[in-house]
Design a protein around this ligand. Structure first.
Ligand code: DOR
Length: 432
């Protein structure tokens, strides 16, 4: 059995450094100055040890747009970003709305072996919002799909949404909603506010998100189904979730926020650079601050990247023709450290909660988001909390280079990622 020794680590950033011995796939010993033989030693110099990150919202683009990302390049980006599990969104071409496609994505993820790739199944056939996809068949497939989403599109028909919540309830599934009332966002290009008005861009109003979030909380409560809200972007959505979760009959409702919505605002529109185009759009300072508070107090459960790589021709064009979306997997931790840890809103236990434990719970993963403790699966990430690094979009592992953080200095560097006891990334390099 392989033995890997992590020397001088600080689990959750607490206490004096200890050594962690990983044997095979599990944490075998934790203690000061362990006197053991190992096949490999990682000298951590007091780096923070956390459970590996889990991303509920990743676009891997395969099948169909392998010029933007593949399961292989996306898996590399995930490992380098500290992730041990990602959920691959269904808006591929063909759409992942059946057992054949989800099994392909799942198998390819296993073959590559850098991160657990869990395919998300589409809620409706072809993401068209008209007819439920074969959710039960995807659940019973080898990929054992549990999370369903039409992300990129809203399941806007309330009756279809109701049926999806009812049906997934029968097998413990989750419906992850891209909350966007389409009648309110026809032609929308940017957050509806002063900046978009000045620049002549059609607005994406906050109530288009909030109306769907409120409706779907009510439907989840009524049906007893399990709802997850994708990429929360407005302070009003945070208010609705806070109110909903305060009710005794709230049922199962969870929500995610992206790193970019925790940091960037629509002031970025000024340059007309489509790297800043994303759906839902970048919003205001007040929204950013409300989202940080909501993440800190648990109103928003977790961080999810909405990693959305695009090929150059889909971004290097005028604003209205550009596709929405930005890279996220390799910069998520840095942005969470900058916006949440350095501001005192979260400690490292909090980071473990929002980037690993809650997403694993929401998706029902038994072997991820586990405590850093003896006997637990060694899905781990080692973080140097003091290291600062400069993002270079072209050097990230993704095929797309559309990072709005290009050139930015970020705190918190991933030193190593372990998947079931095996190093998948170390010192900025993928380990195969
Ligand atoms: O910005 C986005 N890009 N938002 C989405 O909902 C979809 C995603 C994509 O697939 O590129």
């Amino acid at each position: 059995m392989s033995r890997l020794l992590l020397k001088d680590v600080r689990p959750y950033g607490e206490g004096d450094p200890v050594d962690v011995l990983v044997e095979g796939e599990v944490v075998a010993q934790i203690g000061a100055n362990l006197d053991v033989d190992a096949d490999e030693i990682v000298h951590a110099d007091g780096a923070v040890l956390l459970p590996g990150f889990v991303d509920l919202h990743t676009h891997l683009r395969e099948p169909g747009r392998e010029d933007a990302e593949t399961i292989e390049t996306g898996s590399a980006a995930a490992a380098l970003g500290g992730y041990t599990a990602v959920f691959a969104m269904a808006n591929t071409d063909p759409v992942a709305d059946n057992a054949v496609i989800v099994e392909h994505v799942w198998r390819r993820g296993r073959e590559i072996g850098l991160v657990d790739v869990h395919p998300v199944g589409a809620v409706t056939v072809g993401l068209k919002g008209e007819k439920l996809a074969e959710l039960g068949t995807m659940r019973r497939s080898a990929a054992e799909v549990r999370v369903f989403s039409d992300d990129g599109h809203c399941v806007h028909d309330p009756l279809i949404m109701r049926r999806a919540l009812e049906y997934t309830k029968s097998f413990g599934g989750v419906v992850a909603q891209h909350a966007e009332e389409p009648r309110l966002t026809v032609g929308a290009q940017a957050h509806e506010g002063a900046n978009a008005a000045r620049l002549g861009l059609a607005g994406w109003p906050a109530p288009a998100e909030e109306a769907i979030v409120a409706r779907d909380c009510l439907l989840a409560g009524h049906t007893g189904g399990t709802l997850h809200i994708c990429h929360v972007s407005t302070s009003g959505t945070a208010d609705i979730l806070r109110w909903w979760k305060s009710r005794e009959t709230a049922g199962q409702v969870s929500a995610e926020v992206t790193p970019h919505h925790l940091l960037l605002t629509d002031d970025r529109l000024e340059t007309y650079d489509p790297v800043n185009k994303v759906n839902p759009p970048l919003r205001t300072d007040a929204d950013v601050l409300a989202l940080r508070r909501a993440l800190a107090d648990g109103t928003v459960d977790c961080v999810a990247t909405d990693h959305a790589p695009h090929a150059a021709q889909d971004k290097d064009c005028e604003w209205s023709a550009a596709k929405p979306g930005m890279l996220g997997l390799q910069t998520a931790l840095g942005i969470v450290v900058q916006t949440m840890v350095r501001s005192g809103l979260l400690d490292w236990r909090g980071v473990a909660r929002v980037m690993s434990e809650r997403p694993a719970e929401i998706a029902g993963l038994a072997d991820q988001g586990r405590p850093v403790a003896v006997g637990e699966p060694a899905n781990l990430v080692l973080v140097d909390p003091d290291a600062e690094w400069t993002v270079r979009g072209a050097e990230l592992a993704s095929l797309g280079e559309n990072s709005p953080f290009d050139g930015m200095q970020l705190p918190g560097r991933v030193v190593a990622t372990l998947l079931r006891g095996r190093l998948t990334a170390h010192e900025g390099k993928v380990r195969r």
